[in-house]
Design a protein around this ligand. Structure first.
Ligand code: IPM
Ligand code: MG
Length: 354
């Protein structure tokens, strides 16, 4: 098979972790007899510096023409410190989501047995956690009308959803549930918000088409609490854009492995694969960031876009093995921390020698 991948390293640690993920994908394609082209493009603060636009049209064109996009991270402290900055790196991410129609963000949260002690939650509560959170990504309050009054003292953001948008994401969640334990939790705030009532009404209609799925509806505040108290009860969760933003950050620390969690943003024109962590600017250029979230995102790409299940499985096996051998970056290994590039090389060797 020939794989045509757009590579968007972005800001901070993005370039370092992307380099390792590329090496791993190269090792995999060589081993399994595929060919691959990586084409790089700018996004985020580096794109603002280079072109004035955080998601330049050349980047958009490249993404559209590629089979899939491998993405690092965006964000730069010089913008975080200035709330008045007119152009921000995050706008690049939102523009990418909207323009590529990346309507579903899929975030698996799994426990790695060698890392259970790292979790802030008691081991017995997280032993078998295996959750997929599906977050709607191109609607809701992120993209609704927003503004300020003339005197600057009043501001608003609008939460807007159409039935079609809810239908599309809940259907996707049902498909995931059907391939797993057939348990779905729809998270909303239907006791207060009209948009949530539309979500609940639409979900109730759709799940009728999937009678095997056991569906629960949960208010977001309760879901936030239950995720900590009893995460094992969840399998597939689906929710709107902002609730999903908050719940996925929360879910990511349950397993004590923020640096390890991958994600897929599924789109109409192409799909984007990225680690869930940010640009971690304090670590940029130091060769200390954990590359595993990006490497596992590349595995999701092989599986989702190319149906290369064996290849993806081998990457996951290599990652688990590196953890079992305590061959990890400093966020995981206190006793003998390894560099970003050393972890990448370890994974590549595992794959090559297997
Ligand atoms: C995420 C991030 C983004 C979001 C930011 C950087 C705009 O937090 O991908 O979860 O809020 O969606
Ligand atoms: Mg977030």
């Amino acid at each position: 098979m020939n794989l045509n991948i757009a590579v968007l390293p972005g800001d901070g640690i993005g370039p370092e972790i992307i380099e390792q993920a590329k090496n791993v994908v190269l090792a995999i394609t060589e081993k399994f007899g595929h060919t691959i082209q990586f084409t790089h493009a700018l996004v985020g603060a580096v794109a603002i510096d280079g072109t004035g636009n955080p998601f330049p049209s050349e980047t958009f064109e490249l993404c559209k023409q590629s089979d899939a996009v491998l993405f690092g991270a965006i964000g730069d402290p010089k913008y975080d410190k200035n709330p008045k900055a007119k152009i921000r790196p995050e706008q690049g991410l939102l523009a990418m989501r909207k323009k590529l129609g990346l309507y579903a963000n899929v975030r698996p949260v799994i426990t790695f047995s060698s890392l259970i002690e790292k979790s802030p939650i008691r081991p017995e509560l997280i032993e078998n956690v295996d959750i997929i959170v599906i977050r709607e990504l191109t609607g809701g309050i992120y993209f609704g009308e927003k503004g300020r009054s003339d005197d600057g003292n009043t501001a608003f953001d609008t939460n807007l959803y159409t039935r079609q948008e809810v239908d599309r994401i809940v259907r996707l969640a049902c498909k995931y549930a059907m391939n797993r334990s057939k348990k779905l939790t729809v998270v909303d705030k239907a006791n207060v918000l009209e948009t949530s009532r539309l979500w609940r009404e639409t979900s109730q209609d759709i799940v009728k088409e999937f009678p095997e799925i056991q569906t629960d509806y949960m208010f977001v505040d309760n879901a936030a609490m239950q995720l900590i108290q009893n995460p094992g009860q969840f399998d597939v969760m689906v929710t709107e854009n902002m609730f999903g933003d908050i719940l996925t950050d929360e879910a990511s620390v349950i397993t004590g492995s923020l640096g390890l969690l991958p994600s897929a943003s599924i789109g109409k024109l192409t799909s984007v694969f990225e680690p869930i962590h940010g640009s971690y600017p304090q670590a940029a250029g130091k060769n200390i960031a954990n590359p595993l979230g990006t490497i596992l995102s590349a595995a999701m790409m092989l599986e989702y876009t190319f149906r290369l299940d064996k290849e993806a499985k081998l990457i996951r096996e290599a990652v688990s093995s590196s953890l079992d051998n305590n061959f990890s970056t400093e966020d995981i290994s206190d006793s003998n921390p390894r560099k970003t590039s050393e972890v990448g090389e370890w994974i590549v060797n595992y794959i090559t020698e297997k």
